[in-house]
Ligand binder design. Structure first.
Ligand code: SF4
Ligand code: SF4
Length: 143
């Protein structure tokens, strides 16, 4: 599966990746429109500041995803064609079993359903990767 990787030596903690994810999830043009929404948008990437550098927490597109195992309604599944762990929000019943099982803390709650990174499958490259000014983030095939 393709995964978003981070070269932590290149990350300067500018948080543009988080901003790009907010805007994409809100389906608006920019952050000014996003902050005006009644319900604030949710991001799928979270930059954690460590002692010497920063590390983004994002869905690892696990080969054996515990979130899919845990999902009681079939909302989370592996799309064999895309080869991604995907979420069908229309099937989500909001039980949060996936949140409890994901070892990477990669699932959020948005408008009473689960929300997870889908590597921006509808786009050529994930928005966070596009937004990163130093090239620290990249979508690659292998671990
Ligand atoms: S949501 Fe969590 S368990 Fe599911 S594929 Fe992503 S990192 Fe793995
Ligand atoms: S919260 Fe939704 S996606 Fe997560 S396990 Fe429950 S039904 Fe599945």
């Amino acid at each position: 599966m393709k995964k978003i990787f981070c070269d932590i030596k290149k990350c300067m903690h500018c948080r543009r990746c988080e901003l790009a994810c907010y805007i994409k999830n809100a389906d608006v043009r920019d952050i000014f429109e996003a902050v005006k929404l009644a319900e604030p948008p949710v991001k799928n990437i979270e930059l954690i500041q460590m002692s010497d550098n920063s590390m983004p927490f994002i869905c690892r597109q696990c080969d054996e995803p515990l979130c899919v195992d845990a999902c009681i309604s079939g909302a989370l599944y592996i799309d064999k064609k895309l080869n991604y762990v995907c979420l069908d929000k229309t099937k989500c019943v909001g039980c949060w079993s996936c949140i409890m099982r994901c070892p990477h803390g990669s699932i959020r709650v948005s408008k009473h359903t689960a929300l997870k990174c889908d590597n921006c499958v509808s786009k050529e490259k994930p928005e966070c990767v596009n937004a990163c000014p130093t090239g620290a983030l990249a979508l690659n095939e292998n671990d």
